[in-house]
Structures are given as structure tokens and as C-alpha cells.
Design a protein around this ligand. Sequence first.
Ligand code: SAM
Length: 230
Amino acid sequence: LYLDLPFPPQGEGVALDADQMRYLATVLRLQNGDTVHVFNEAAGEWEARLEIQRKDRGQALLVAQVRAPEQPIGPVLVFAPLKRDATHLVLRMGTEMGVTRFCPVITERTNTHRINAERFRAIAIEAAEQCERLDIPLIDPLRPLTQLLAEWQGSRALYAGLERQESESVGVVPGDYGLLIGPEGGFSETERRLLNTHEAIIPISLGKRILRADTAVVAGLAQLAFRSSQ
Ligand code: SAM
């Protein structure tokens, strides 16, 4: 369970809010004294004992640290927000696959021009809990692709799903990197020109099929993770 507040010393309790209590007591059916695991970026993961004070109030008494905080290492994902469910899928799967920062961007063919940052973060937290990841990815505000490209540090590679072909040579990814996937309608000609001349962009292919944008995100992350481990 992710707890977004500073942890007290061992033996003391961290307060649990009504939603967390509902989840632990009603969904998971935990009882007073049961073991729960609580975590956040700064404290790492702790074994704790559940103390139920009321249906909607309780605390987690910290017993012992089971994992030290982890240094977040992983790609940045630049993507154009899709229809609601597909965007949620991108956030969930991206978190599971190690994305450390999500950068939603507006492209010429982006359909969704508003994001719900709070909902995005809640999905990332749920996914981190599910895959036992200790850090929660950062979620940038929505900005134009052109602005992101202007701000992107030149030395850091930004792999962009731009080509479609049978197969391509496999290379080693140097240092930390980003993946850029376009919207359902693809990149415009102007954007393609801009991307093809940007010093950080490395065009990649994810095969000869046209993948849906959410599928392309997962395929791209998997391919780059595999390549960087070579
Ligand atoms: N009609 C659009 C086009 O031809 O560009 C299709 C866009 S596709 C549904 C959405 C995004 O996924 C693309 O902008 C691209 O970044 C990525 N993508 C999909 N299939 C890909 C492939 N085979 N190789 C590389 N990127 C791909």
C-alpha cells in the first residue's frame, strides 16, 4: 500500500485514511493485527501491523523495513493522450514497465487536449502497488510536442516510433533515454520533418504492422528494455 506521507520511526504508526481503510478492511478483509506492507519513495517498503480504530480510520504500525528506497531508473515516455481508457492503459502498463516520467504532449492530431493529473497519478500508484515498485513515476503537465522537443536535453536519446519495416538492426541504448509514440492519427508531415531533424531523435521501427498507439507504447518499451540489456 502506497502511503504518501513521511514515515515515523520503527514501532510507530502511520495514519490510514478512509479509502485506505476501506480497501484493507472491506476489499482485502484484513483484521486488526494483520500484516500489511506499506511503502513510498523516501521510506522504502515496510512490514507493518494493521490497527483498526474505526471503519474509516486506522494506522499501520511499522515493524521492520523490508526494502530500502530505490533509485528510480527507467525511460521517459512521451505520448499523445488517447481516448480515456487507452491513456489509462498506457499509464498502467508504462508504470509496470519502468517508465519514470510520463510526458503527455499535444501533437497536430492529438484528440484529447485535457488531462486529469490526479487520476493519472492514482493509476500510476495502483500499478506501482501491483508490480511492487517503490517509486511512483512523475507525470508532467500536458505541453505541445514542439515545446518538449525544444526543452529535451540534446545528449539524451529520444527513440521515436516513426518507421514501419520488417526488422531493424539492434543497438545498445546509451544511458537514460526516452520513447516517443504518436497519436492514433500518427504524426503530421510537419512533425515528421521536425522529428527527423532533431538531434536527439532516433527513429525506430516496431515491425511492419500499424500498431495501435497503446500497443506501440508497450512494444517500444519492451524493445528498448531488451536492447539496452544487450
Ligand atoms: N496512420 C498512422 C500512421 O501511419 O502514422 C498510424 C499511427 S499509429 C496508430 C500510432 C503511433 O504508434 C504512431 O505514430 C507511431 O509512433 C506508433 N507506431 C505504430 N506502429 C508502429 C510501427 N510499426 N513502428 C513504429 N511505430 C509505430
